[in-house]
Design a binder for this molecule. Structure first.
Ligand SMILES: [Zn+2]
Length: 75
């Protein structure tokens, strides 16, 4: 159940990156969140899916928020 989700998450955790600073993320000690190794942001894991959203994304569209949304891979 939970473990399956976790297993799958661990397989992809290497390619995940913090949407804020593009650094890698790691699993929190209680395994309920991903923590950015760069800025320390904490992203909740919901049913094995990390919720990697920035509040900043909800800014009005005068800022170019597009690049923030589309590039979560980091390259
Ligand atoms: Zn970060």
């Amino acid at each position: 159940m939970e473990n399956e989700h976790l297993q799958r998450l661990l397989e992809i955790i290497d390619i995940l990156a913090c949407p804020a600073c593009k650094n890698g993320v790691m699993l929190s000690d209680d395994k309920t969140a991903l923590i950015c190794e760069g800025c320390g942001k904490r992203y909740r894991i919901w049913k094995g899916i990390p919720i990697m959203l920035l509040e900043e994304i909800e800014l009005p569209e005068d800022e170019c928020s597009e690049d923030v949304q589309q590039d979560a891979k980091g390259s």
